[in-house]
Design a protein around this ligand. Sequence first.
Ligand SMILES: [Zn+2]
Length: 469
Amino acid sequence: MIRFYNTLSHALQPFVPLDPGKVGLYTCGPTVYSFAHIGNFRTFMWEDLLRRFLEARGFQVHHVMNITDVDDKIMAAIMESGRSLEEVTRPFEEAFFRDLETLGMKRAHVYPRATEHIPEMVDLIRKLLAAGLAYERDGSVYYRIAGFKPYGRLSGKDPKGLMAGASGRVEADEYDVKDDVRDFALWKAARSGETTWEGLGSPGRPGWHIECSAMSMKYLGESFDIHTGGVDNIFPHHENEIAQSQGATGVPLARYWLHAAHLIVDGEKMSKSRGNFFILKDLLDKGYEVRELRYLLLSVHYRRVLDLTGDSFVAARQNLARLDDFVRRLGREQIPQGSHSATAAVVEGAVRRFHDSLDDDLNTAGALGALFEMVRQVNSALDRQQVATAEVAACLALLAEFEEIFGISLGQGEEALAPELVARIEAREEARAERRWADADRLRDELEAAGVVVEDTPTGTHWKRVPRE
Ligand SMILES: [Zn+2]
């Protein structure tokens, strides 16, 4: 049974989709006025894992991710630079898609742009006006929070508490003609120099929150299964999405709301002034590989804060090297036909724990723990020649599942050993066969200096690379 922690109910809940076998998934996308940073990619990467996990469990997932190409920051960038909205946003949108591809993320089925869905937003605002949940002031339209009883349920905030002395917690809005300080803008009246749209009496532009309500419902229906984002989206963004959508339709927008915790760097909040602010290119330029980054971002449970450090990269590299070595060893050893019951039990236990962990609110750390315990025990069973073909097949099946769900390839990309190193390995085997131990030891040391460790096992001599530090 799959369980997710639902922010809306503040509890772990069994996952039951509206339509058996199908999942409607909405993930809040980037605001394209700058490059997405590695904290954004922690959330996007976890969403990729969620999608891959659901698909591996046999669900047909329909995944929608919006592109926010109109909001306050984009307007500010347009006013500052004198460039058009497209000139400001498209280069960052293209960069975002390049990064997704570099990171091996599955593409969403739809990437709606906010600017291409203004009529849907206007319709939704009209419904809210008709329902008395919105009102117009000086050409802008605001949402009347007092009219929506469940307001605050997602974030656990008391709507009354948002009122007085809490201005810092309420979205700062430059328009101060609202009936109530808590109310937020659905439509912002045109100001000189801004890109504006018609449709609501006075020209203007949509507020950020209405974008996601309109686009999620257009592509996934009034009610769908899962809505995700980072924890900083819970309030006000997702709280407001619920108020807008449910206020207009009378039915819940999404049934499961999942949120990823923050990413910090070397124990500190990422910020440009601290010099610990990274976009994807910065990390690739440091020499980190994409699969190391994927492993690192996914190895920590999504509801825990992830601390990105140099050590965590070294650990990711070493752990992947262990898995690579194991895959290569399974492909290389002479394995007898049949099954070895003790080892079969070890592998079965690991498979069960791997599945149970992921089913339990995507506990990736638990799943990886099960995988590495299997590698350790099967390696030692291989040393004792207690592994047969059935166990090898079961191990490879679990490793293939890991590769699919984590989006990481194992045992590949390893370039062949340089010919002079192969010659040294052969020379060492010859020396051992002829009992010239001093020569064999010298060759072993030379290989180690070149980053290659040789191991003599009952099934022959094997080599592996020493993980780079
Ligand atoms: Zn959103």
